[in-house]
Design a protein around this ligand. Structure first.
Ligand code: PLP
Length: 399
């Protein structure tokens, strides 16, 4: 059908080398604007989670788009060094690293006036960074990760990351900084994954969806209190923090209500992958996806494509496989799903599909798709207007 969304993409892609991953710049730019608007009027900046983008040119596009975007949250030491060498600055490691070589290189970059902040959550982290920074003759900035999950009888609502699970534990770690002259407490981060990364309407969660909104509400008051008290304690010690980081795509509205939070991390919302279709409060555009090619037709209304099995990380579930996107109405086979080399889809709709045409999917998560492709084809106003190298396309594989 000439005016369909499917026709728009299929006519662009079917004569390209397939499979391909693409980024629709018109939709990406809308998401960038909408995310800035969601965060606006709260005196907060947005730190971009690089793991959910994994392309330096797209990271740059987002950073350059609006003054609300400031700094990156990196996911590994070597990635932070790569980004620093590529000209990015104001980098926060979102997760602790203990590789001495990487910490050394980061301390050296810090000494050379780069801003790269390491994540810590225990004395061992402080000891190691302090010793390396001391040997190099610098003061390394670090950020404390406070656990934001909520523990209820028989239910852990949240993720297992930081051992700083109480105000008391946070105070103890803050006090410990006095013993380490070569590190500076620069920031505090708390990632409320159970709010930011969990949609209310994901069909894969079944009846749990009924209780998720209540749990989110309860958890929000639990961790908000904890974060506020920790920040107040740090202030009472006359320590001036450079930033207090919170949240993710799914928690912008709640994170921005906390006056003591200075910045919100956002990653997934820019590409808006399939798992981000299931939130009650917002809906972003499906800016990134991939196209596979129909190569055979084993039976009536079944079209088998080459490639497609790009499964997402995390607990195993049906929602981790790519989501059929276009033409509207395509269905995966339960037996085969998206395969290592072959993906059959069933289609009974109005589009005339032929061998050589494409089928479009969206990845379940945002940045992981970039580990399967060297570039994203860039689409705008009905044309392929260029391509953006992914980390993989730049020869990089960090985790
Ligand atoms: C510590 C931390 N903050 C923020 C985010 C960003 O979340 P999102 O990709 O949902 O925007 C993540 C993603 O996993 C994270 O690990």
């Amino acid at each position: 059908m000439k005016n369909s969304k499917y026709h728009y993409y299929n006519s662009l892609f079917k004569n390209q080398s397939l499979p391909l991953a693409y980024c629709d710049l018109d939709l990406l730019d809308k998401n960038i604007k909408d995310i800035a608007n969601r965060t606006a009027n709260a005196h907060k900046t947005i730190r971009i989670a690089s793991k959910s983008v994994r392309s330096t040119s797209i990271l740059k596009r987002i950073l350059d788009s609006h003054s609300i975007y400031k700094g990156l949250m990196c996911f590994s030491g070597s990635e932070a060094l790569f980004l620093s060498e590529s000209g990015f600055d104001d980098l926060l490691l979102g997760y602790p690293i203990v590789n001495a070589d990487e910490i050394t290189k980061i301390c050296e970059a810090t000494k050379n006036a780069k801003t790269i902040v390491l994540m810590v959550d225990c004395i061992q982290h402080l000891e190691q960074i302090n010793a390396i920074a001391n040997a190099i003759g610098t003061i390394q900035a670090v950020c404390i990760d406070i656990d934001m999950s909520t523990s209820l009888p028989g239910l852990h609502f949240g993720v297992m990351r930081s051992p700083i699970t109480s105000i008391q534990k946070a105070k103890k770690l803050v006090d410990a900084f006095e013993k380490f002259p070569n590190i500076k407490l620069s920031g505090v981060m708390g990632y409320e994954a159970q709010v930011a990364g969990l949609g209310e309407n994901n069909p894969a969660n079944g009846i749990k969806n009924y209780v998720i909104p209540f749990l989110k509400k309860y958890s929000n008051s639990d961790y908000t209190y904890r974060r506020r008290e920790v920040i107040a304690y740090i202030k009472s010690k006359n320590i001036t923090l450079d930033f207090v980081n919170a949240g993710g795509t799914g928690s912008i509205e709640s994170s921005k209500k906390e006056d003591w939070v200075t910045e919100i991390t956002v990653g997934s919302g820019f590409y808006s992958p399939a798992l981000f279709d299931y939130y009650e409060n917002f809906k972003h555009e499906p800016a990134v996806g991939f196209a596979v090619q129909i190569v055979r037709k084993p039976s009536h209304n079944i079209y088998t494509c080459l490639g497609g099995g790009y499964i997402a990380s995390g607990s195993i579930g049906i929602d981790k496989q790519p989501k059929p996107y276009l033409p509207e109405g395509i269905k995966l086979s339960e037996n085969e799903g998206t395969g290592e080399v072959q993906t059959p889809v069933e289609y009974n709709g109005k589009e005339q599909l032929s061998i050589g045409d494409t089928i479009l999917f969206r990845h379940s998560k945002a940045g992981e798709l970039c580990e399967r492709f060297n570039q994203l084809q860039l689409v705008s106003a009905g044309k392929i207007v260029g391509s953006a190298l992914t980390y993989r396309g730049e020869g990089k594989c960090f985790l």
